[in-house]
Design a protein around this ligand. Structure first.
Ligand code: B16
Ligand code: MG
Length: 223
């Protein structure tokens, strides 16, 4: 029986929903007269919805009542969900299924660890729910990455010790969270941004079965 657990971030690792987040934030920013570009959107990756709105309002020097803040949060999310609703399995990032199948065929427990409160809905849309033993999302955590809470909860739900887990992440805060949890970390994306990761790949097409097999052995070998 394996002691190894694999934990995956969602946006930027399994699917690329950043473009939809951008469109929804851009619409709100336009309504509020705040200039907002794709470069600004980079700062929102891996960051909670509430914190994103705080940053947007700071950019526009806008102060609002808690009620208005909540209304805008809801507005952004409804807009975002209208894009999510038309997602399907064609939006799974290249070779993600190859990696998930490899692990599933070896009965290796897998978890999703995401800041998104919409994570479960997205997994359902792209039909990936059956791969994951547990989904820990933005509804389950109180502290955002780089706090390790999301990944610690995922390991706990898998019933696997943190030091036997590995996290796949595309955000610097996510790599920091994995390292802080005492887990192995794999950076997906820009290796300069993710330089604190134990391993780096541009995307899943660069990950081969030898790498996965060695990783599983390494995690299993830990005491
Ligand atoms: P929601 P991840 C994160 O997902 C996104 O990268 C980030 O841009 C977004 O603000 C956050 O989820 C919250 O999403 O509004 O759906 O709750 O990378 O942690 O999977
Ligand atoms: Mg991400």
């Amino acid at each position: 029986m394996t002691k190894a657990g694999f934990i995956f971030d969602l946006d930027g690792v399994v699917v690329d929903t950043a473009g939809y987040h951008y469109l929804a934030w851009k619409k709100l920013a336009d309504d509020l007269g705040i200039p907002f570009t794709k470069i600004d959107n980079e700062r929102f990756k891996g960051v909670s919805r509430k914190r994103c709105l705080e940053i947007l309002l700071e950019m526009g020097n806008i102060r609002v009542s808690p009620e208005q803040f909540d209304r805008w949060l809801q507005e952004k999310n409804e807009d975002y969900l209208s894009y999510i609703n038309s997602m399907d399995e064609t939006e799974i990032l290249p070779d993600v299924i190859k990696v998930l199948d490899y692990l599933k065929n070896r009965n290796i427990p897998m978890a999703l660890g995401s800041a998104s409160k919409n994570a479960r809905a997205i997994l359902e849309k792209v039909k990936l729910i059956p791969y994951f033993n547990t989904v820990v999302d933005g509804n389950a955590v109180t502290k955002a990455k780089p706090d390790p809470e999301v990944f610690m909860k995922a390991a706990e739900a898998l019933d696997i010790a943190a030091e036997h887990c590995v996290v796949f992440e595309d955000a610097r805060a996510g790599i920091k969270a994995a390292n802080a949890a005492g887990m192995k970390s794999v950076g997906i994306g820009n290796s300069e941004v993710l330089s604190e990761a134990d391993h780096n790949f541009k995307n899943f097409t660069e990950i081969d079965f030898d790498f996965l097999s060695n990783l599983v052995s390494e995690l299993n070998g830990k005491v």
